[in-house]
Write a protein that binds this ligand. Structure first.
Ligand SMILES: O=P(O)(O)OC[C@H]1O[C@H](OP(=O)(O)OP(=O)(O)O)[C@H](O)[C@@H]1O
Ligand SMILES: Nc1nc2[nH]cnc2c(=O)[nH]1
Length: 186
């Protein structure tokens, strides 16, 4: 295998296959918007995007929500050092979340560590209600610290990219979801 960091963007396309087409992703986002509207019923929300992966879903969801909404974002990443579950915050939300309905938007629920930390942050900031919406959940058989309220698509237990999710920084902009072949994941 080519060194991952220096591989060309096309390498990742050649070493992957489509798990959901652009049309399937778009239909899933339509369903997510309808589910969120039913959960919130015309109340104002703060849409809280978990950067960077949540950007694609947040952008596509926003136009479909037809709710009074403010937008904010945060960045909280898994620290893959010794601790394993530590989250490093590089950007906290700016809006006051106290007494608000917050809808946290992210691209993928894998082990659930990131989303659980973000939800806890919103609760500690005094949010009245915290809802979570993820474009994908990974079918990895793990016991997760939380379930998302709204899930777009279930992806296989492989490394996936596209629709906000990257592979070595590339292809967050892809309108379909692809998964790396097993030989590229080792
Ligand atoms: O469920 P978990 O196992 O916690 O993993 C899911 C998180 O991992 C990815 O973020 P990453 O830290 O790679 O940053 P990114 O959004 O910039 O891609 C993804 O966007 C989720 O936030
Ligand atoms: N891009 C990407 N990010 C992840 N974060 C946790 N799991 C994944 C994955 O499969 N793909």
């Amino acid at each position: 295998m080519q060194a991952a960091q220096t591989a060309s963007p096309d390498h990742w396309i050649n070493q992957s296959d489509v798990v959901f087409t652009a049309a399937e992703v778009s239909a899933a986002i339509d369903r997510m918007a309808a589910q969120l509207r039913a959960l919130v019923i015309d109340q104002p929300i703060i849409l809280l995007c978990v950067m960077r992966g949540g950007l694609y879903l947040a952008g596509h969801l926003m136009s479909r929500l037809a709710l009074p909404a403010k937008l904010d974002y945060l960045q909280a990443n898994r620290y893959h050092g010794t601790a394993g579950q530590e989250i490093v915050w590089s950007k906290q939300p700016e809006l006051n979340l106290a007494d608000q309905i917050v809808v946290v938007v992210d691209d993928i629920l894998d082990e659930g560590i990131t989303l659980a930390a973000v939800v806890q942050h919103c609760q500690e900031a005094g949010a009245r209600r915290v809802l979570t919406a993820v474009l994908t959940e990974k079918d990895n058989g793990l016991q997760k610290p939380l379930q998302a309220d709204v899930i777009g698509l279930t992806v296989p237990n492989r490394y996936v990219f596209g629709c906000g999710m990257d592979v070595y920084g590339w292809w967050r902009n892809l309108p379909e979801i692809r998964a790396l072949t097993d030989s590229e994941c080792s």
